[in-house]
Design a protein around this ligand. Structure first.
Ligand SMILES: [Zn+2]
Length: 393
């Protein structure tokens, strides 16, 4: 059956949006034509509609560790708090932590996320139970001795389900050996799955790489042949401390970078993310929260605001990173238009929405600068309502 989102605000216009079989099939001015009898109609009066947000870097089960080791440096936080706590996890805890994360993301406007963690079958079950879309990355450390088992697990899962999808996620160049990184890259090629990795998150990581390998982290991956091998199939979280040559390497290979501003700020990793330089060089820039232990929530609306403010702040230029551009990064360029997936978010904006549509309002600015995740009223994934706030009519 068709679903019609009636009288939603899209770019200052009141529209009816028809959804059929998971896709947007029509967007037209409200009440232009009589509604079809057989459709399910959802009243969206006074709600602004946006494409669903994509959280491109997370560790979903870390909702279990929210608040653990706060206000510590990254290496102490990992070594003394997070990694010991992760030793105590089991499938049931990972399932519950992931389910909590999926629900929080849906309730704050995220319709898809790209994750890396362990115990992926338990995570996959939580993804299915929540209705969100996801890509889950098998986290690898050291020499990646478990790669053959992981390959089998991915092949089995991929034959039985299209959501979640899977990737291979070597943690970083400082926790995975050259042998491990090469094994991961070969497995990505073999299985046609992306590689998801943390890159250039801290200055220490870059300095250690220079000392150990005589080059910077992206130059090291290049020397291992991984950039030519995988190119666009690399999703790199953070990419904060980059040389000009690294920006060129990333751009030439059209790699996806994930800016996680809240996590970077909280861990004191840095704030001069070279967003414009990466885009100019040819990279695809996206946004993410990182895990709940380092950004403490999974609110992508908050991430959009921080990302925009940081660019303006460190460059001393209020015209950079305008709201429309930031929304486009956070939605992977999706729009509310026929043919697009019906992954949609309805938001009660804080600023009053004018009833005469001609008068000026700025829904995207208001979304990013004036609201937060709690302003989300309804979330649809592939045309299905998967979240509705308690106070919805
Ligand atoms: Zn991370």
């Amino acid at each position: 059956m068709k679903t019609i989102l009636q009288n939603a605000i899209l770019n200052n216009k009141a529209v009816d949006i028809t959804i059929d079989n998971g896709l947007i099939t029509n967007v037209e001015e409200t009440n232009k034509n009589p509604l079809p009898q057989e459709a399910e109609v959802i009243d969206c009066s006074e709600l602004a509609i946006f494409p669903g947000l994509c959280n491109m870097h997370s560790h979903a089960p870390m909702t279990l560790f929210r608040g653990l080791g706060d206000d510590q440096p990254l290496d102490i936080w990992l070594n003394q708090y997070i990694w010991p706590a992760e030793q105590k996890l089991n499938d049931e805890l990972v399932y519950q932590g992931t389910l909590q994360a999926c629900r929080e993301m849906l309730a704050t406007g995220t319709t898809a996320f790209n994750d890396m963690y362990f115990r992926l079958p338990a995570m996959a079950q939580a993804v299915k139970d929540s209705g969100i879309r996801a890509m889950l990355g098998y986290n690898i450390f050291g020499d990646g001795d478990e790669i053959e088992n992981i390959k089998k697990e991915i092949l089995n899962s991929q034959s039985s389900t299209i959501n979640p999808r899977f990737s291979i996620a070597p943690h970083s160049v400082y926790t995975v050996s050259a042998k491990g990184l090469r094994r991961c890259a070969d497995a990505c090629v073999e299985l046609h799955v992306p590689m998801h990795i943390h890159m250039n998150e801290t200055l220490k990581e870059v300095d250690d790489c220079l000392r150990e390998h005589g080059c910077r982290p992206w130059e090291y991956l290049d020397q291992l042949g991984i950039l030519d091998q995988l190119g666009t199939n690399i999703i790199a979280a953070h990419t904060l401390h980059l040389s000009d040559n690294e920006i060129k390497l990333i751009g030439d290979h059209h790699i996806t970078c994930v800016h996680c501003p809240n996590s970077n700020l909280k861990l004191g990793s840095g704030f001069r993310f070279p967003m414009l330089e990466l885009i100019d060089a040819g990279a695809r820039v996206t946004l993410g929260t990182d895990g709940s232990a380092s950004s403490n929530n999974l609110d992508m609306i908050e991430v959009m605001k921080t990302a925009a403010l940081l660019q303006k702040g460190w460059r001393g230029d209020p015209t950079v990173a305008p709201a429309e551009q930031i929304l486009s990064l956070a939605t992977l360029g999706h729009t509310v238009a026929p043919g697009q997936p019906a992954c949609l978010v309805l938001v009660k904006l804080n600023s009053p929405i004018p009833t005469t549509i001609e008068s000026s309002s700025h829904p995207t600015s208001n979304l990013i600068y004036a609201t937060h995740g709690e302003s989300v009223v309804m979330t649809l994934v592939d045309g299905k309502v998967v979240y509705k706030s308690a106070n919805v009519k």
